[in-house]
Design a protein around this ligand. Sequence first.
Ligand code: PLP
Length: 403
Amino acid sequence: MKNLDVRQLKLKTQAVHAGETPDEKTGASSPNIVMSSTYIASPEVGFSAENEEQSNEYVYSRWKNPTLEQLENKLAILENAEASVVFGSGMAAITSLFVTFLRPGDQLIMSDITYAGASEYANEILPNMGIEIDRVNLSDLPSLSAAIKPNCKMIYVESPCNPICRLTDIAAVTQVAKAHGAKVAVDSTFASPIATQPINLGADFVIHSLTKFMGGHGDALGGAVIGSQDDMDELRRVMLVHGGGVMSPFNAWLIMRGIATLPLRMRAHQEAATAVSQYLENHPKVEQVVYPGLSSHPQHDLAKQQMRNFSGMLTFRVKDGPRATRLFAEYLEIFHYAVSLGHHRSLLFYMPTDDLLSTTFKLTERQAASYRAYAGDGMFRTSIGIEDPDDLCADLEFALSKL
Ligand code: PLP
C-alpha cells in the first residue's frame, strides 16, 4: 500500500491485503508464486548463508523466497507481531522453536495436554537433548507457580488445547513467566488470530499449524512461528537456513489465499459449531459436549474474555465410543471420519482416553482426572466446517439414530 499503514487497518482488511503487493512489472493484482529455487546473484554474494545478513538479495529459496515472505508478513501483521517464519508443517515450526531457543539444562514447562505430536516430541526427544520437561495443567495457576524453577526458559501453552478444548488464561501465565524470566509460546491453532492474539496478551511466540483454520481448505500443510524480529532472525538462521524445513511457495500461496477469507470462515465456523453443540447437548444419546461457546463449558467466562470467536472445535461423547465410531464411519455422509481440523469441511475423529494417556500424555493421577472430566473414556474431536448447520445436525441425527 502506498499511503496507508496496513497495521492500522482492521483485521478483515489485513487478512486480504497484509503482506501482498501487486507485481511491480505486470501490475498483477494477485500475488505471484515464485517457485524458483535459485536467483541470479550479484558477484558480491558469498556462498555461505552466514553472509546472507549482509545482503538483501534473494539467493536461494531455503534462505529467502518472495512468496514465503509475503505470507510471513501477513502472519506477523495478523498477530500484531514484528515478524514470522514459516515452515513446511506445524510440527516443523514447533520443533524448530524448541531446538533454537532451548539449551541443555533448561527447563521447559509444557501444558500437560497439547497436540499429540508436540507432546510426544517433548516426552521422547527433548529429554535426550538435556532439556528438563515438566508437564503442567496450565489452567491451574498454583500448579504452574509450584513447578517453575530458576532454569525455566519457556512455558508452552495451547489454548484451546487439542483435543479437549480446555483453555489457558494466557495473560495470567505470561505474568508468572515474566516474573521468572521465562518466555511464553502459545500454539493458537484452535483459536486463530480472529479469536485471540496472544502477543497482545504478553506472549513472546505464537505458533500456528497453518494446515488448519489459517489455510482452511485441507489442501496445504504448513506451520509458522511468530514473534520479535530478533527472535525470528535467529529462528530463520538456525532452522530454515541450516535446519531446512522450508515450505513450498505453492503452499504459501494457497495458505495466503485461504487467510483472505479467514474472518468470514471463522464467523461461519462459530455459527455452525454453536448450532451443532446446542443440538448435541439436547440429544438423549449424547452424554457430554465441550465447546467454549456453551455456557456449560467450565471456562466459559474465560472464553468470553479471551476469545472474540469461539472457533469451530468441539468434543462430544456417547455411551459406547468404539461402537459409535464404526457406525459414524459408516453412516455419516457430510462429516468425514478423518483426523485434522479447521477445514471448510466438517471432520470428526474418536479419541480413546486410555490410549492417549498411555501413549501420548503420560500424566499424573490428578492431571488424568482433569483430562477425564473433559473426555470421559473417549470422545469425538469434532471440527465443524462452514456447511449449513441444519445439514450437519441432520447428518449426525441419522448416525446417532443407529446407536
Ligand atoms: N498444533 C496443533 C494444535 C495441531 O492440532 C496440530 C495438528 O493437528 C499441529 C500443531 C501440527 O501441525 P501439522 O499437522 O501442520 O504439522
